[in-house]
Design a protein. Sequence first.
Length: 135
Amino acid sequence: MVDLSSSTYSEAYTTNDSNSVLGIYCMDKCMAYVDPNISCDVSSKYSLFVNSSMGAVAMDTTCVHLKDRQIRVLDKLDLILEQSKSGDRIGFAFALKDGSFKVVRFSMNGSGTAIRRALNHIIEKNRTGTRDRVL
């Protein structure tokens, strides 16, 4: 798990052996995303299945252009945050146009620490403190 921070954003992500990416990206608010290396139409909704030691669930995603890639933003950030506490594996099944599925899996080992650092960075960045300011 890698965490990156700048003055404008914070990100924690992991890659699998096929270079798919699972991550948390924070600016003013945070979002969980997965990049399975499958093209998608920006702003379109896609469904997927998520499987982990916590069980299986269907979830909706939205295709978003982020940096130089198209990613699927997960509608349930809390699922990824909860799964990060376990350190287990998590898998996502994506329906393909030909009727088959692409399954991507990630290790969540170390994810809790990286996600906490990313979230703490964005909290500190957005803290206004007690300085006077003009509104």
